[in-house]
Structures are given as C-alpha cells and as structure tokens.
Design a protein around this ligand. Structure first.
Ligand SMILES: [Zn+2]
Length: 276
C-alpha cells in the first residue's frame, strides 16, 4: 500500500514530463516543416508532384515516401546508401536563397520540391523558369559575339537521375571488376546521387560544343569570362574536387544569381565554401 502511495506523485510528474516533451517535439516538427517548405515561384508552368516524379517513359517512380507522423514528405533517398557512407540530409531552402540551394552527396532535395519549368533558348531543354530567363539573356548576348552555347542537359527527373547513378555503378563494376562499395565511391565523383543533382532542381545546364574537350573551346572561355554577369557559375571547378566531391566538369553551369556569382567569381570560392 505504502509503495503505491509513493508511486502516485512520481506518475503525476512522469505524465507532466511526457506532455512537455510531446509539445516540444511538436514545435520542433513544425519548425523543421518551415525550413524545408518548397519556395513558391509565381509562374504559369507549375508541374504537379506526380509529373515531377514521372520517368520520361511515363512510369511513376515507386520510391515516394510520405511520413504521416511528420506531415512532411521525406526524401526517400535518405538512408538508402547508408551502407556506403552516403547519408544525406534534406537540403535547407531559405526563402531568399532558393537560387543558393546547396545540393551534393550530403544534401538532397525534399520530395515535395516543386519547380516551374520552361524551355530555354537554343533547345527543347527545360530549366527552372526563373533561372531560364537569365540563361536566355546569356545565350543571346553570347550569340551576338559569335559564341553558340548549346544546351545538352537541363532539368532531369529524380528517377532519371537514379537510373544514371545506378548505371554508372554497374558500368564501373563491369569495367574494373571492383566491389559494389568501391564502385559507389567512384560513381559519386562523376554522377550525383538521386535528388542531389542540380539538374533535379532545374538550376543547372550542361553546355556542349562540337569539340569533345569542352575546356579547350571558345565557348568555355567565354563562359569563364562572362557567365557570372548572368548569375551562372562553374559548379565543379578544377582544384576544388576535394571540397565539391565531384571531378572538374567544364560543361556544367549552375545558376546562383548575379550577386552570388559575382562574389564567388571574385573570391574564387566554390558553392560549398560560399554558402558556409
Ligand atoms: Zn550537369
């Protein structure tokens, strides 16, 4: 009897404790929700979530995960490559800095990220509608100087990115006869993990020329001298491989906005360094 009486106040405090912790967790969940909420961009070419997750051949990717407990979409790629030491978190999207979103093997797009897409000059390729405006201006100005910036790749679905990533792993295993873990490590240096490619966000464009070695072309030289004026940066520069985790890609140009591009151009920082 005595023991039971002593238990009552303890139970009472335990109950208060549980209520307090629940309220705290609820608040944290709400705040987190705010942090990763997609940034609405006013435009008439909004694509629905279903379209966004569709393969080019029309099959809907089966890896959409909805976590009812959190009432936010969680990126289904989180934890997927954990056994290979790739364990990204959902990238933060701040209201003022949608153009500065950092995507790499540590930061992936949330599943509910919505983009307004539009075709860009010189191709049927699509990009984020806001970034496209800047690309088009760059395209026109370059062509006036006799430089043709031919887009080769723009927006990509996440499921298409998955195909690219998995194919790269298979190619490496076949070519080098290495273990899967070794192949994954090597693959992420040239192909981004699904949902971590800037092409998935519609913010990057790959530009090609007739010459194979793009870094030797006049188009590349023009971009290096002028792209920052239009808000574009060379995302994976030579010499920054250890920080970006990706090999030098002379053809991959990322929209970050004119201010940021000018500052990064001046300081020589890559995006990882700049957003820190
Ligand atoms: Zn690219």
């Amino acid at each position: 009897m005595n023991k039971n009486k002593n238990l009552r106040p303890m139970l009472f405090f335990a109950l208060i404790g549980i209520i307090f912790v629940s309220a705290l967790l609820f608040t944290i969940a709400k705040l987190t929700d705010k942090n990763i909420a997609p940034v609405p961009i006013e435009n008439d070419t909004t694509i629905s979530k279903t379209e966004y997750w569709e393969d080019p051949d029309g099959t809907v990717a089966k890896d959409i995960v909805y976590d009812e407990n959190q009432s936010v979409y969680k990126s289904s790629f989180i934890g997927e490559y954990k056994s290979f030491s790739i364990n990204p978190k959902v990238a933060k999207i701040s209201k003022n800095g949608w153009n500065l979103i950092l995507l790499n093997k540590n930061n992936v797009l949330p599943d509910n990220y919505e983009i307004n897409l539009t075709e860009i000059a010189g191709s049927k390729i699509k990009m984020d509608a806001d970034a496209a405006t800047y690309f088009n201006k760059m395209y026109i100005d370059a062509s006036r100087e006799g430089i043709i910036l031919t887009p080769f790749s723009g927006y990509r679905t996440v499921s298409f990115q998955r195909k690219l990533f998995e194919n790269k792993i298979l190619d490496i295993i076949e070519e080098k006869g290495v273990e899967e873990a070794e192949a994954v490590k090597s693959a992420i240096k040239s192909v981004n993990v699904p949902a971590s490619s800037e092409h998935n966000a519609g913010l990057s464009v790959d530009i090609v020329s007739r010459d194979d070695a793009f870094s030797q072309t006049e188009e590349y030289a023009w971009l290096c001298a002028n792209a920052q004026k239009y808000g574009f940066i060379l995302r994976y520069p030579e010499g920054k491989e250890k920080i970006t985790g990706v090999e030098f890609k002379p053809y991959h140009w990322r929209f970050v906005g004119i201010n940021a591009a000018n500052e990064m151009n001046k300081s020589g920082q890559c995006l990882e360094e700049y957003v820190k």
